[in-house]
Design a protein around this ligand. Structure first.
Ligand SMILES: [Zn+2]
Length: 175
């Protein structure tokens, strides 16, 4: 081998080396470019998504809120109507009750005035009958005998037959 040959061989190998290095470098760059390209695409996709969200979300939120408000409003109106209805019903019942109370009071006063109940405790009458007593000189009189649930007895013909209201204690002469 001549010196010249050795020189060219060396040059060739150096050039080959440079080509190989360059090739590898290009390959790497290409791969990098591909990765960058992929990332760019992804970024664009995400950006589009974000923009979509920005466009949609407020509307969706507003619509959802609006719906909720409408539901709440309907509910409030319904409750108000029901409340008024109940109010009317309650007022009607109150008036009815008032009327009944008035009637009851009148009835109670009537009963108290009558001899249908014990004047002391209000116990009901259980027995009432009339009989005739004969006074001196053909003076007849119709008298009443009345007995009440509490034991109270009113005997118009014989005052000794009277008995006090049992609700107040034991009767005189009773065992
Ligand atoms: Zn009584």
């Amino acid at each position: 081998m001549t010196l010249e040959t050795i020189f060219y061989t060396q040059i060739t190998s150096v050039i080959a080396f440079i080509f190989v290095v360059f090739g590898v470098y290009r390959l790497l760059v290409q791969q990098k470019d591909a990765t960058i390209e992929q990332l760019k695409e992804r970024l664009t996709y995400l950006e589009t998504k974000v923009k979509d969200f920005e466009k949609q979300s407020p509307d969706v939120m507003v619509e959802s809120l609006h719906r909720r408000v409408e539901i709440a409003k309907a509910e409030i109106l319904r409750l108000k109507d029901e409340g008024e209805e109940y109010k009317g019903q309650v007022t009607g019942k109150e008036e009815e009750l008032h009327g009944l109370k008035f009637k009851l009071e009148k009835l109670a006063a009537l009963l108290a005035d009558s001899d249908l109940v014990c004047p002391d405790c209000g116990a009901p009458l259980v027995t009432r009958n009339y009989y005739t007593i004969y006074g001196p000189g053909d003076q007849d009189a119709d008298v009443e005998y009345a007995e009440y649930e509490c034991g109270y007895v009113r005997d118009e013909g014989n005052e000794r037959g009277n008995r006090p209201c049992g609700a107040r204690g034991t009767f005189e002469g009773e065992t």
